[in-house]
Design a protein around this ligand. Structure first.
Ligand code: ASP
Length: 314
């Protein structure tokens, strides 16, 4: 497992663009890095000028969702039926309020829709047609057509499977798209007062069964924030769900007050069942410690604070 640890200054924003092998992206690394930089600058502006942690994570994620090259929003991976089914969620650490959407097809920015659930409803997670109805009511933009490279990749992956079975066990699925990058996106922010927020958005794992819901829209699994830790996860959703990865880290932190140890402990539990090449996280604590951790080959990641901007894939 690879761990990077930084002491940041407030306010600070960190993002990820998915953990995985990133084989295909090697030749086009610049393109991916460019989007990371834009996302950090856009999201950070909302921290710097308005000290708004929620807006900051949303704006950072919208840049990634709109980029077409990360697995979220317009660039989302397709399910086995060749459709987009997107999930997103966000959480405020101060109020423990969260908003999330799942199985959304007709919204350009699922993270905006998650925000509407957070802001205007009494609920935390709304799925499918219910979520789309809210998107319509608030006149959210529709997504563009599925980009050609996403569709080509879907077709190519299907071709490479000798016999496509409609129902496969997840571990088989994981083997099928070994070379695939995951590319889910996430963000965590700490404002000038030490208050935290987290958000995550994804198209889910490629070739998932229609209707499958992963970790991303589930508070505590794909994202979590309380007043001590904010965390966003990426990887095989089922592995993350099985130990509620982000909440596990936050709970360990409550007792250890050591973010690095907390992350190591949570990954140990996850890897005991699921092994390596399964997950990545970004986490920030209210004492300004930032951790990037992944047990895959690489993870697109970056942060910005008043003094530094940093972004990398490998
Ligand atoms: N965690 C996401 C899911 O399982 C996929 C990813 O992180 O790429 O839906």
């Amino acid at each position: 497992m690879i761990i990077e640890k930084y002491k940041v200054e407030r306010p600070a924003l960190a993002i990820h663009g998915g953990a995985g092998r990133w084989e295909r992206a090697k030749a086009e690394e610049e393109k991916y890095l460019d989007v990371l930089e834009k996302s950090l600058l856009k999201g950070y502006e909302h921290l710097r000028s308005r000290n708004n942690r929620i807006e900051s994570v949303i704006e950072a994620i919208k840049v990634l969702e709109d980029s077409m090259i990360y697995n979220a929003g317009s660039g989302s991976s397709l399910n086995i039926a060749g459709e987009r089914e997107m999930d997103a969620g966000l959480m405020d650490g101060e109020s423990l309020k969260a908003g999330a959407v799942t199985l959304v097809k007709n919204t350009k920015n699922p993270i905006e829709l998650a925000y509407l659930i957070y802001r205007y409803t009494d609920h935390m997670i709304i799925g499918c047609h219910g979520a789309e109805k809210i998107a319509e009511y608030y006149r959210l933009e529709k997504p563009p057509a599925i980009p050609k490279h996403v569709f080509d990749r879907y077709k190519e992956t299907l071709k490479n499977i000798d016999k496509v079975e409609y129902i496969r066990r997840n571990k088989d699925l994981i083997d099928i798209y070994k070379e695939e990058i995951y590319g889910t996106v996430g963000a965590v922010a700490i404002d000038i007062d030490g208050k935290l927020a987290a958000a995550t958005s994804t198209g889910g794992i490629m070739l998932k069964l229609p209707g499958r819901i992963g970790d991303t829209p589930i508070p505590g699994s794909g994202f979590y924030s309380d007043s001590y830790v904010a965390c966003s996860a990426t990887g095989i959703g089922e592995s993350i769900l099985s130990i509620s990865l982000c909440r596990s880290i936050a709970l360990h932190y409550r007792y250890t007050k050591d973010l690095e140890k907390s992350v190591i402990e949570a990954f140990r539990e996850l890897e005991r069942i699921w092994g390596k090449n399964t997950a990545g996280i970004i986490a920030i604590s209210n004492n300004n410690t930032l951790i990037f951790a992944y047990n895959t080959t690489a993870m697109a990641r970056g942060y910005k604070d008043p003094n530094n901007i940093y972004y990398r894939i490998f």
